[in-house]
Design a protein around this ligand. Structure first.
Ligand SMILES: *[C@@H]1O[C@H](CO)[C@@H](O)[C@H](O)[C@H]1NC(C)=O
Ligand SMILES: *[C@@H]1O[C@H](CO)[C@@H](O)[C@H](O)[C@H]1NC(C)=O
Ligand SMILES: *[C@@H]1O[C@H](CO)[C@@H](O)[C@H](O)[C@H]1NC(C)=O
Ligand SMILES: *[C@@H]1O[C@H](CO)[C@@H](O)[C@H](O)[C@H]1NC(C)=O
Ligand SMILES: *[C@@H]1O[C@H](CO)[C@@H](O)[C@H](O)[C@H]1NC(C)=O
Ligand SMILES: *[C@@H]1O[C@H](CO)[C@@H](O)[C@H](O)[C@H]1NC(C)=O
Ligand SMILES: *[C@@H]1O[C@H](CO)[C@@H](O)[C@H](O)[C@H]1NC(C)=O
Length: 595
């Protein structure tokens, strides 16, 4: 019996479409770097594993930067390459064992989240969740998508972290996008950063080096996943069951995959591009593909206000245990009225605070972002959110400013380090914002060419219409595409979808998970995705928060996921799973449960 590590329910996020927080913390990757020397691995065309981090296997897999130039697997030394960083927790049985079931690829979302970091953090938990002892044992394989973390070339536009922090702090302190001047300034700031990325790309070109910015579409990453699947297969070829009986035996090797949040878009893209390569695909926290590639941003935060109301209700029901509640409150909406008033006031009258020997601006963006970030993992964050908001309403912003998943660059360590992270894996992953922007703006080409100030105004209008509280914070995502200058040659524009697998084949339909109330990826998106993929089914977990497997513990959901990886069977479409824990104020841990 294994006990689930608390980290499973303790993730929170700075990335927008990601359930995990640790992903963007530069320090973490620095620690990783100290524990293993990635620069010592020479990227190879075939998969060559190197022992790393005690129990893991690491590799740098060489793939062509431009997949339009490679319709098949060929070694061509004359074209530029990317080196995909891979961290695998090997199956607990050798590949020769009949119970060896091949790799499950994982993606943590973001976009821009690091799969290698996720593997190091929770691969053991995922493995204990999916393994059927003595029957099926999986490798859990995390990889960094193009531009991200340890994969090279890096999607970095700044020459140093100091420069990045200086620009980032300035942007975060600007007036609200809901005010004309703030919108204009943030639009111009984003346009400037896009220009910096173009400049960095030109400089790389002049130096004869590759730049990733034209080659980081989700379609390219989906194609990379196919390559990973084939090369794992090739590695074990000649040794019996090769990737398990269900996935790869007989025909072409197939993908087994678990993707969260933006990772659902990656899974959807793979399934739509390579329907005959679907082995098992579980997606959790669903992005609407059509809306995402259109760049319309109409289907992300529709359930934002519903999620926030659950927080206010929890606080109200907690009575005096919730510091945000006042004794005169007669309903949860009295709490909302005070917070809304604070947001409104800060929009036109930002204030300063003294914190860590600096004088940061307190803007409505900061409050909106604090709430948005806390809604990812309510069990872990409701109590601290109530304290932050209560402090802020009393004019004390200490707690709010102490959250470095919200306040960027609060500890700009190594700010003076020069950055030249291109062909060798970087020492720290501090360019997640550029990576995220590069992926999102490459994928939403449909709106390219029109991304001017008028576009920015209508986009912010649409986003804030979905959720007045967190829309302001969310607006930074689409705004980052202002005049983004790169067009990917290899892209997938839809339509999304795949046919139901044929009877008797080793393929399976998609398994789609969602919480009931998810402020970043609404449940409606899960049903919309199911309509497009024949035979697929949605599981609704009765939780609030982002992604079913991250929001709470649910033995029901766990059982369905394990069974699906084993047999390929999905439950009835619309199956509802109860969760073992709900968020509470004061904080109540969700006990680790035997997997
Ligand atoms: C494989 O790709 C190479 C290089 O792009 C091309 O010359 C060759 O015709 C392709 N082969 C097949 C079978 O598609
Ligand atoms: C390609 O490069 C690798 C190492 O970088 C080398 O071993 C190989 O011989 C080269 N192949 C060709 C066809 O030049
Ligand atoms: C097959 O398994 C044997 C025994 O475990 C091992 O020595 C050999 O390297 C494996 N071959 C491949 C291609 O993985
Ligand atoms: C502000 O809040 C912090 C954290 O709760 C607390 O330690 C501090 O004493 C407060 N400051 C004032 C002036 O009340
Ligand atoms: C926002 O919603 C209002 C009311 O539903 C609507 O009139 C307005 O057109 C919407 N604005 C945008 C930019 O979508
Ligand atoms: C596939 O198999 C199921 C159950 O065995 C059966 O109900 C269904 O009709 C079959 N579908 C087709 C297209 O043959
Ligand atoms: C699953 O249920 C939803 C909502 O009822 C429906 O729209 C969708 O088409 C169903 N999926 C499949 C594969 O039938």
């Amino acid at each position: 019996m294994r006990v689930l590590s608390p980290i499973w329910t303790l993730w929170s996020s700075t990335l927008l479409l990601s359930p995990t927080a640790a992903l963007q913390r530069p320090l973490r990757t620095r620690e990783l770097d100290a524990a293993f020397d990635w620069t010592a691995i020479v990227p190879t065309h075939d998969l060559q594993y190197h022992p790393c981090y005690d129990t893991f296997q690491c590799a740098r897999l060489q793939v062509p930067l431009d997949w339009t130039k490679h319709s098949n697997t060929t070694t061509n030394n004359n074209t530029a390459h990317a080196a995909i960083a891979i961290v695998t927790l090997p199956a607990t049985v050798p590949p020769t064992d009949p119970a060896y079931a091949g790799p499950i690829l994982i993606n943590p979302g973001g976009p821009g989240g690091s799969g290698t970091e996720m593997a190091l953090g929770i691969a053991a938990i995922i493995q204990s969740l999916v393994d059927v002892p003595g029957v099926r044992h999986y490798d859990i394989l995390g990889f960094d998508p193009r531009g991200v973390a340890l994969t090279t070339p890096s999607a970095s536009c700044y020459a140093s972290q100091f420069d990045r922090a200086a620009d980032g702090m300035r942007a975060d302190g600007m007036p609200s996008v809901l005010e004309g001047l703030g919108l204009k300034m943030k639009f111009e700031m984003a346009r400037g950063v896009a220009g910096l990325c173009a400049q960095a790309t030109a400089a790389a070109g002049a130096a004869g080096e590759a730049s990733v910015f034209r080659y980081m579409s989700t379609a390219s990453v989906a194609r990379d996943m196919l390559e990973i699947v084939e090369r794992v297969h090739a590695l074990h070829k000649g040794n019996g069951t090769v990737g398990g009986k269900a996935c790869g035996g007989g025909g072409k090797p197939k993908l087994q995959y678990l993707g969260f949040s933006y990772g659902s878009l990656l899974g959807n893209t793979f399934a739509s591009m390579f329907p005959d390569r679907i082995g098992r695909i579980v997606v959790d926290g669903i992005v609407d593909g059509a809306d995402y590639v259109a760049g319309t941003w109409q289907k992300n935060i529709d359930d934002g206000e519903a999620a926030i109301d659950i927080f206010y209700r929890t606080c109200f029901d907690a009575g005096s245990a919730c510091v945000l509640r006042q004794s005169t409150d007669t309903s949860f909406s009295d709490i909302r009225v005070r917070v809304d008033a604070l947001l409104r006031s800060l929009r036109t009258s930002p204030v300063s605070a003294i914190h860590n020997n600096r004088a940061p601006m307190i803007t409505s963006y900061l409050v909106s972002e604090t709430i948005r970030t806390a809604l990812y993992t309510p069990i872990a964050t409701y109590e601290s959110l109530s304290r932050k908001l209560a402090g802020a309403l009393a004019g004390n912003f200490t707690l709010m400013l102490s959250d470095d998943t919200v306040v960027r660059f609060s500890h700009p360590t190594d700010v003076c380090t020069e950055e030249k992270p291109n062909t060798s894996p970087p020492k720290s992953y501090n360019f997640a914002d550029e990576a995220s922007t590069g992926i999102i703006c490459s994928d939403s080409q449909a709106s390219a060419g029109t991304r001017d100030l008028a576009w920015a105004a209508s986009t912010v209008g649409r986003v804030t219409n979905q959720s007045s509280t967190i829309g302001e914070a969310w607006s930074k995502v689409p705004l980052a595409c202002a005049e983004w200058p790169f067009t990917p040659p290899y892209a997938f524009k839809g339509p999304f979808g795949s046919p139901a697998p044929k009877n008797g084949s080793d393929a399976a339909p998609l398994l789609i998970l969602s919480t009931r109330t998810d402020h970043a990826t609404p449940l409606a998106n899960a049903f919309a995705l199911s309509r497009l993929h024949g035979g697929s089914a949605v599981v609704v977990q009765e939780s609030v928060g982002h992604c079913a497997l991250m929001a709470s513990v649910s033995l029901c959901t766990y059982g369905i996921v394990r069974e699906y990886f084993h047999t390929g069977k999905v439950p009835a479409n619309g199956t509802v799973c109860e969760a073992e824990c709900a968020p509470a104020i004061p904080y109540k841990a969700c006990p680790g449960l035997p997997a």
